[in-house]
Design a protein around this ligand. Structure first.
Ligand code: SF4
Ligand code: MSK
Length: 664
């Protein structure tokens, strides 16, 4: 049999640090997900949603002449069911993460988790208001306990609908209620969708997809939003910090510990433990200068946003980090952890440490996390890492890293634009209305080993910046931009179009804003809702000239996010890989035109990044026209501020005098 074509490192990634490590993998004969993606041909039937394995009469593959499963399920039903199941899994993941945080808040408030405290009482009061918890002059811990209990109540709410729905614009809430998709309780919507997709239940594609929207909304305006809020309460609401990104943040002279996954509860305590004199002394006793922490995936984003802990890389760099030979421990919690880490960790000296009661990986060391003994466990983990340091052999750390300024919570954006006493989104709305900012794009989500790593993220972000589109990011997309150098205020001078550049110069913000982890896409919903309430950009999220996308998506969570954004009124594009509902033109039509008619947002799957950019800009311009805004005209902007100074400074002396004084 002919050998499959394996991509060269340069074809597999656009990130030079990743390329260097892929070259090393080739040299030493180590396997990574990049190689496996080339070796394993994706199943074309499953890729289009046409394989059903929901009962033991199947699996039924609906291809060729077969247009019905053994039970009579049609192609439309099977495709819609597969999509809906993925949305249920994605919603469950985010929301269960929120539940664990709520339990940590409860334990902290009741005094059972002494290593945690309420770092942002103002956020606590705000969340209390949304959840109907009395503030008054009650002690903080009492309020925190009631907030935790109210949050936990949202998972199994017996009657009514999720309390956070009232944070959406009034018109949006009415759309949900009129359609019967306002979520009732978080767990209920996930269970309802799993129930419906069991063999022999809901067999109407449109009806299934309506529940997929309801379930996803329970994630976006429920689980994810609670996760963001409780994380802010416990660990602080993010504000800008300086940090660095890429594998070059690893240190040859220190014990390197990578924190990977999604939950900040343990990693925040590891950050504190790494600074403990006792731990530093222990590291020094083994010949290291101390402990260097760096993150991968969304745990990385959580501790970056609040503590400035550097980013080692995104999803596709987890194996590559181990290939440096410099990672003494990789500490994982939940989600996006590749099992392929085990053979690599065993080949080097790395301790792969699982910590969640929900996640064990055969071959990894398990040190179970318990928030009641958080600091003690964090120190045990760090000692395990330190013990591996003397076992290092050859180390190869590419000297590649970029500066970034992350930390853009919606609260900080509000403050940055308006100031302490008049914080508001008015300047952002005004910039869009005037046309300095053409629109807003959220490029979020993962990497996918079937694509060239980071290529789509780099391309779409560069194009949007050139076109005066403000970019906001979370997840692994944000990490890509951080590595590329798009997340410093100075990047506006380099990459932004003239209008966007003026706004960034005035506010001192990067042209690409890092909003946090995957659950923090809820911040994007909050920003959009606040833009609506600020007036001038319509009366619903669907009126705003904005587009959401995951240009290298891979996770079921990304489908849940996409679905709640669409159900909230956004146009969403999933990029790179094949359309998972392509097997049913009817289902595809339901999530595009069908959802546009119902909820004002639409979901498209596009493989070509140029097409993603074209359609996004066309959508933004259509929305601008519908609002009666002036046509986008970059020629009006850009002859001001730092840009002009830089231009003038580059002129020969004579011309400089002419420019400054108007004479020679
Ligand atoms: Fe086949 Fe129907 Fe069973 Fe699915 S539920 S595997 S289509 S028989
Ligand atoms: S970690 S879900 S690969 S963004 Fe949130 Fe990155 Fe996607 Fe995992």
């Amino acid at each position: 049999m002919a050998k499959k074509k394996v991509r060269t490192p340069q074809e597999a990634s656009r990130d030079p640090a990743a390329v260097a490590l892929l070259e090393r993998a080739l040299e030493i004969g180590a396997e990574t997900c990049f190689y496996r993606a080339d070796e394993i041909t994706p199943c074309p039937i499953g890729a289009e949603g046409l394989c059903c394995r929901f009962c033991a009469m199947g699996p039924c593959r609906l291809v060729g002449d077969v247009d019905m499963g053994v039970c009579g399920a049609t192609i439309d039903t099977v495709v819609a069911r597969n999509f809906a199941r993925a949305v249920a899994a994605g919603s469950a993941s985010h929301s269960d993460h929120a539940r664990d945080l709520a339990y940590t808040l409860l334990a902290a408030a009741e005094g059972h988790a002494p290593d945690y405290k309420i770092r942002d009482p103002y956020k606590l009061f705000e969340v209390a208001r949304y959840l109907g918890v009395k503030v008054g002059d009650r002690p903080i811990n009492e309020i925190a306990r009631d907030v935790a209990l109210a949050a936990l109540g949202e998972f199994g709410r017996v009657q009514g609908e999720l309390l956070y729905l009232k944070r959406a614009p009034a018109k949006r809430q009415k759309i949900w209620r009129d359609l019967g998709i306002a979520p009732r309780a978080i767990d209920r919507e996930v269970v309802d969708l799993l129930h419906r997709t069991h063999a022999g239940n809901d067999q109407d594609a449109e009806h299934l997809l309506d529940q997929a929207m309801r379930c996803a909304l329970a994630d976006g305006w429920g689980g994810s939003m609670l996760a963001t809020d409780i994380t802010d309460i416990l660990f602080g609401t993010p504000a800008p910090v300086r940090s660095e990104a890429n594998l070059g943040v690893l240190r040859e002279d220190m014990v390197n510990v990578i924190i990977h996954g999604h939950e900040p509860t343990l990693s925040e305590i590891i950050v504190a433990a790494a600074q403990d004199p006792e731990i530093i002394a222990y590291a020094q006793s083994k010949g290291a200068k101390g402990v260097n922490l760096a993150g991968i995936c969304c745990t990385a984003n959580e501790v970056l946003m609040r503590e400035g802990i550097p980013l080692a890389g995104n999803f596709l760099q987890q194996e590559l980090a181990i290939l440096t030979g410099a990672v003494d421990a990789m500490v994982v919690d939940v989600q996006c952890i590749m099992e392929g880490l085990v053979p690599l960790a065993q080949r080097f000296h790395t301790a792969l440490i699982t910590t969640s009661p929900k996640v064990r990986v055969s071959g990894a060391v398990h040190i179970e996390f318990d928030e009641h003994r958080a600091l003690e466990i964090a120190k045990q983990i760090l000692r395990t890492a330190i013990d591996r340091f003397p076992q290092r052999s050859e180390v190869f750390i590419p000297d590649i890293r970029a500066q970034l300024v992350p930390g853009f919570s919606h609260e900080y954006i509000n403050y940055a634009l308006g100031g302490t006493y008049r914080g508001s989104f008015r300047p952002l709305n005004d910039a869009i209305i005037a046309g300095r900012i053409r629109g807003v794009v959220a490029d979020i989500g993962c990497n996918n080993a079937r694509l060239c790593h980071d290529e789509n993220h780099y391309y779409v972000v560069a194009e949007f910046l050139k076109n005066d589109v403000l970019v906001v990011q979370t997840g692994c997309g944000a990490i890509a931009s951080a590595k590329k150098g798009y997340m410093t205020p100075e990047a506006a001078l380099e990459y932004a179009g003239p209008g966007l550049r003026e706004v960034c110069e005035a506010v001192g913000m990067p042209p690409v804003l890092h909003l946090g982890a995957c659950v923090d896409n809820s911040r994007i919903l909050t920003v959009l809702s606040q833009m609506v309430s600020e007036t001038g950009l319509g009366d619903d999220i669907s009126d705003i000239p904005a587009v959401g996308m995951a240009s290298e998506w891979m996770s079921e969570k990304a489908l849940a996010i996409a679905t709640y954004c669409v159900a909230s009124g956004a146009y969403v594009i999933m990029g790179g890989v094949r359309n998972p509902v392509a097997g049913s033109p009817y289902v595809n039509q339901l999530i595009t035109e069908g959802w546009e008619k119902k909820v004002g947002g639409r979901l498209e799957f596009l493989e070509d990044p140029e097409e993603i950019v074209r359609r996004s800009l066309a959508h933004i311009d259509r929305k601008r026209a519908a609002l009666g805004l002036e046509e986008y005209n970059p020629a009006k902007w850009g002859k001001s501020g730092d840009w002009r100074i830089r231009e003038v400074l580059e002129l020969p002396l004579e011309e400089r005098l002419q420019a400054v004084y108007g004479r020679r």
